[in-house]
Design a protein around this ligand. Structure first.
Ligand code: BTN
Length: 244
């Protein structure tokens, strides 16, 4: 499974570009990657902006042809996060995944992932888009523009990385985890995910917009949803955020 990496100079959002490309009926092969040197309206979950200076970081989207149901989107995001994490570890950066879609280093965000389903009646293809923003060469000044603690490969290692080479290397790690996900979805990621995200049984707090849910962490459901015990009842949480 090899990726066809296509670079663009400047786009609004690689996820949107890919969605438009597919829904207008243009040809796209499984595992195509759209990457850009500049993304001017990148977005994340919960309609948040994804800020990235031009020619500095990686912003890319992968098309994955799949007939899997919507329930499997969260675990695709998790597979992507594990791939990025393994890549960062190969550069001696101590990265960890964080539910549901982040990779962090020393309690600072280095990567965010947004997976989306393509549902166009115009096309016969059915698939998913795995959109990844990885802070590669972001400097300290740029990191201060972000509304939460953030870091980059440069800030961790004091080395400037080639974006093209970095994306090529990452694709090898993503391939490993995406293949696992294709065969056994969340089941194939569960052990590694739990090993990285800490013990079951601890108290956690999940924020979902205005809503804050506290309870005892009971692990993950069949699709990677978070299970929390509150008042002796188990609650499944599909979206939200655990504070850094
Ligand atoms: C998040 O942290 O909420 C997810 C951020 C995802 C950002 C990436 S950058 C490439 C792709 N294009 C987008 O507009 N978003 C994703």
């Amino acid at each position: 499974m090899k990726f066809d990496i296509q670079w663009f100079d400047r786009v609004n959002s690689t996820n949107e570009l890919m969605k438009d490309h597919i829904s207008s009926g243009k040809k796209i092969d499984n595992r195509t990657i759209f990457a850009t040197h500049e993304q001017v309206s990148g977005h994340g979950r919960l309609k948040r902006k994804w800020i990235s200076s031009s020619h500095t970081n990686l912003c890319f989207s992968i098309y994955i042809e799949s007939k899997k149901s919507l329930n499997h989107i969260p675990s695709l995001t998790m597979a992507g996060a594990l791939g990025i994490c393994d890549f960062l570890k190969s550069k001696n950066i101590k990265a960890k995944v964080k539910w549901p879609n982040d990779v962090i280093v020393n309690q600072k965000k280095i990567c965010g992932i947004l997976s989306e389903h393509i549902n166009s009646n115009l096309i016969e293809k059915s698939g998913l888009i795995l959109g990844i923003g990885l802070n590669v060469n972001m400097n300290l000044h740029e990191s201060k523009q972000i509304d939460q603690p953030a870091t980059s490969m440069f800030l961790e290692k004091n080395i400037i990385f080639s974006l093209e080479k970095t994306l090529y290397e990452i694709s090898e790690y993503l391939e490993f985890w995406i293949l696992k996900w294709e065969f056994h979805e969340f089941r194939s990621l569960k052990k590694e995910w739990i090993d990285q995200t800490g013990p079951i049984g601890r108290e956690i707090e999940v924020h979902d917009g205005e809503l804050v849910i506290n309870g005892k962490f009971k692990g993950y459901g069949e699709y990677g949803e978070l299970l929390i015990e509150r008042n002796s009842k188990i609650k499944s949480i599909w979206a939200g955020e655990i504070p850094l």
